[in-house]
Design a protein around this ligand. Sequence first.
Ligand code: HDE
Length: 688
Amino acid sequence: MTNDGTAKDRQLSDFRVNADEGTLTTDQGIRVDDTDNSLRPGERGPSLLQDFHLREKITHFDHERIPERVVHARGAGAYGYFEPYDDSFSEYTQARFLTTPGRRTPVFVRFSTVAGSRGSADTVRDVRGFATKFYTEEGNFDLVGNNIPVFFIQDGIKFPDFVHAVKPEPHNEIPQASSAHDTLWDFVQLQPETMHMMMWLMSDRAIPRSYRMMQGFGVHTFRFVNAEGRSTFVKFHWTPKLGIHSLVWDETQKIAGKDPDFNRGDLWEAIENGAFPEWELGVQLVPEEDEHRFDFDLLDATKIIPEEEVPVRPVGRLVLDRNPDNFFAETEQVAFHLGNVVPGIDVTNDPLLQARLFSYLDTQLIRLGGPNFPQLPVNRPVAEVANHHRDGYHQTAIHKGEASYHPNSVGGGCPVLAGDASAYTFYPQQVDGKMIRKRAESFNDHYSQATLFWNSMSVWEKKHIIGAFRFELGKVRRKHIREGVVRNLAHVDHHLAVAVAEGVGVASPEPAGETHKRSSPALSQAVDPVRGVATRKIAILVADGVDAADVTTVSEALTGQGAICEVLASIDGSVHDANGETLEVDRSIKTVGSVLYDAVYVPGGDGSVEELGKDGDAVHFVTESYKHGKAVGGSGRAAQALLERAGVPVPAEGVVTGDAAATEFTSAFTEAVAAHRHFGRDSENVPA
Ligand code: HDE
C-alpha cells in the first residue's frame, strides 16, 4: 500500500521496486531464462563453477541475515504522522513539530517485545518497546520509549547484567522470551532497584491486548528548551485512543501457540482496514527550579512523577495509517537512537539515559554493517543532509567535489556552518564535580513507588499480580532465590509478600516495617477505562439450522460500531440456516480458538445449538471465553442451555441472553463487549 502524502512517502518512492513486473535478471541486469536448473555437463553431471547465476543466487541467499537486535528483536512497525493541537508549548520548546499547528510530521513507529528472539511469540509477559522516529523539517527526532514508565535499573552500566539475566540462560538457551527463570529472578532479588519495574512487569501492562491499546512513555526525564534558552524538565507520555486493555495470562500462553503473530497481525489488519491507531502525546512539565521538589530524583528512571502531582498536558496526536512495503527493508532496518534530537529537546544527566546515548549508535554499526545506515531509506531524514562524512561500507551517495574537510576554500567553504538559531545547541548546563563511581543518595529509595503502584491497583489487578509472581517464581528452581524475592516484596506490601510466599512454597516473611498508604489512581487500568467496541473481534458460533436473522441482527449492531464479527462453524465453508438458505462461514472453529476473540455469541436455532453442543471445541470455546472475562451472548432457550452446559452461569456479569431482535439484547451485549473484560466474575473454578 503506498500513499504519496508526506515528504517521507515521496522520498521512499525513489527506492520502491515493483516485484510484480519485468523480466528475471541477475544483479548485473543479465536476463535469465532458467532459474530452476543449475548448469552441468550432462543431465546427471556435477554443477559447474562457471554458472554465475547459480553462484550469485546462492551467495546472496547465504548473506540474507543480519544480527537481530540484542534486545527488542521481535517487532512490528508502521508509518503515520504526528500533528500538534496548537502552539501552546512554544513557551517551553522551540521544537517546531510540536508547536506548529497544522504541521503533519511523518513518523515511523516500531513496537517490540524485549527479551525474545526475532521469531518469538508476541504475547509473552514482557515490556513492549514503543519507538517513534519523527522525520521533522529540522532533522530526525527519535522518542525511543516503552509501554511501562519506569525501568529495571538506574545506571546504564548495569544493562548488560540485566539483559544477560533476563535472556535465555547461556548453558542451554532456555527459556525463550520469558522472564520466568532463575537468572532473572536471581538478579532481581539481589538488585532491589528492579522492584518498582517488576511490579509493572507482573501486572497486566506486560500482556497488552494490542499495541493499539497500550500507553507509551519516554521513561527518562528530558528537557524542553525554548527560544530564549530556558529549560524545563519534561516526561513524554503516549495515551491510546482506544484505552489501555490487556489480555489474561492463561490466554496469552494459548495465543502464543495458536497465533504467535497476534499483536503484529492486529496492527497490520487495523491499518489495512482503515481503523488507524491513534495516540495522544502528553507531557509532564517541571520547571528547572523545581528539580529537587520531589521525594525522588528526577534523574532516576525507576521513578514516575505521579500524575496527580504533575498533570499530563496534551500536545498533539499520532496516527498510524500505512503499513510498510517490506518488513526487512523498513521494520528490521530502522535504526533508532536516543541521541537523535532536534532544537528544543535535550537530554539530562540521568545515568541510564547517558549510557543509551552511546549504545544505540554503537549497536547499529554491527547490526547494519557500518556507518552509512542513516542512508537506508527508512532512516533518511527529510531534512537536507550535507557534511564531510565519506566512504565506509555501503556508501550510496556520490559526493562530488574535492573538499571533504572543514574549513575549506576549495569547495567554497561548503557546507557552511549554521550561523543562526536553526542550529542545534546543547543546553549550557553547569557541570562540575569530582570523578567518582557513586550512586546519588537520592536514588536510594527502591520501594516507595513499588508500594504506590500496588496500593493503586484494583482488586482484580492485585489478583493478577499475585498470580504472575506465583507463576514466575514457581518456575524458579532455586529456593533461596524465591525467598530473596519474597523478602524484597515484604518491603513493598506485606500482604502481597505473604500471598506470593504461600503460592511458591516458601515461608512467609516478617513485615519489613510500615508501608505508606498513598495511591495514584492514574496507575490503574480499572479507573475510568475507555469503553468501546471499535475493532473488537466477536465470534458467532453456528451450525446447520441456525437462525440467520440473529446472526445478521447482532453482527450488524456490532459492525455498525466498528467491531469485526466472524462466523465460525465446526467445518469451514457454509451452513444451512433454519430456512434452508446458505450462510457463509468465515472460519472453522478448529483453526482458531476463543483466545483470538474478544467475545462470543451463540445465535438461536435449536438444530444449530444442538449440533454445536456435540462439538467439544465449540463448548470449550464458550467456557474459555467466560473464564477469560469476555462478553458471552446467547439467543433463545437452546443457546442459554448451551451456555449453562459450558459452565456459564446465566445471568452473570457480561453474560447476556435474550431475543436478538430486541434492542435491549443488542444494546446490552454491545455494552458487555465495550467493557472489554468482566473481572468481577468468579471464574476461577471454571476449567478451561
Ligand atoms: Fe534500549 N536498546 N537500552 N531501552 N531500546 C535497544 O538498540 C539500551 C532502554 C528501547 O524498535 C538497542 O537498535 C541500553 C530504556 C526500545 O528498534 C540497544 C539501555 C528504554 C528499543 C539498546 C537501554 C529502551 C531499544 C538494541 C540502558 C525505554 C527498540 C537494538 C542504558 C525508555 C528500538 C537497537 C527499535 C533497543 C540499549 C534501556 C527502549 C542495544 C544500553 C530505558 C524501544 O542499543
